[in-house]
Design a protein around this ligand. Sequence first.
Ligand SMILES: CC(C)(COP(=O)(O)OP(=O)(O)OC[C@H]1O[C@@H](n2cnc3c(N)ncnc32)[C@H](O)[C@@H]1OP(=O)(O)O)[C@@H](O)C(=O)NCCC(=O)NCCS
Length: 292
Amino acid sequence: MPTTSDREDPTAEPGLGAVSSLGGLAAVVAENAVDDTEDLPDDDTVEVKKTNSYGRRRHSNHKYHKIHEKLDSSFHPNIRPLTISDLESCVVLENAAFTDPSHRCSREKFEYRLTVSPELCLGLFCTIVPDNANGVKLSTFPPSHPVETGRKDGARSVLLAHIVATRTDGMFVTDEAMDYPRDFRVSKHNTSGLGHNDTGSTVCIHSLAVHPELQGCGLGRLIMKSYLQQLKNSEIAESCALICQNHLIAFYERFGFEYLGTSGATIGSGGWHDMFLKVDNLPPYSMKPGRG
Ligand SMILES: CC(C)(COP(=O)(O)OP(=O)(O)OC[C@H]1O[C@@H](n2cnc3c(N)ncnc32)[C@H](O)[C@@H]1OP(=O)(O)O)[C@@H](O)C(=O)NCCC(=O)NCCS
């Protein structure tokens, strides 16, 4: 999703520490997890599948077979909140995923959002050992972090998809909500009326992106379902809003978003549509009662 003023600011200073602790969107999908559920809304939520079953299904006709083919044995998805240390990976992923530069979130906006609302930002990572990557070279590999310091096989945790968001009031993603206060690095209080509103009850998704090498493999669906589930489970927001182009309205409707009509957002070349979802309308995560 695009943002206003999405031009890179040459004065941007990378590397500011996140001011918010990671809380709301605690990672629900554990390392090596895969999503085996059907479209939302449904009775169950994203299931956590361990390596054992994952390994057995790797060669079966599983929905992630395209990823298995592309990455061979290196597909080990891991969904976690993003932090400011993921800034470079997010910028690279965004630039790769959005062919229209005016639809991309800028580096400075990523820095702002990963600083003020990291708990609303989610990344889908994959452990990749370069020698086992089946020749696939993802542009998010170079900025990725090692899985463990000094690991001999060079395994890294590589960003494949992200969702980046802030909070807003109301039901719409406006130009103001997509903007950011220029003094965010030095000012503790945002009085500009732009960007993140800490007391807003609506999560405003600004960017959903899947690496182009792996689009159409189910990762967009997986990260969006995980994200919405975590919004529901953590009870940190009442609703979720985004804008999208015409061809993605049906995609978002499948997650439970309602079409609200043509958006007033003016970024890029326009043509945006408002989508809105009440978190209460999502199915809850449930556990069966214990036997004891
Ligand atoms: C849009 C995007 C996030 C979808 O992610 P993805 O991993 O490619 O999608 P998935 O493989 O999870 O597809 C899930 C379903 O949505 C459908 N779908 C995916 N992209 C679609 C598109 N552009 N238009 C319509 N349907 C789409 C798929 O057919 C699939 O349906 P199925 O379950 O019946 O097979 C991804 O293609 C992307 O990053 N695109 C570029 C950036 C972008 O446009 N982001 C959204 C901004 S609003």
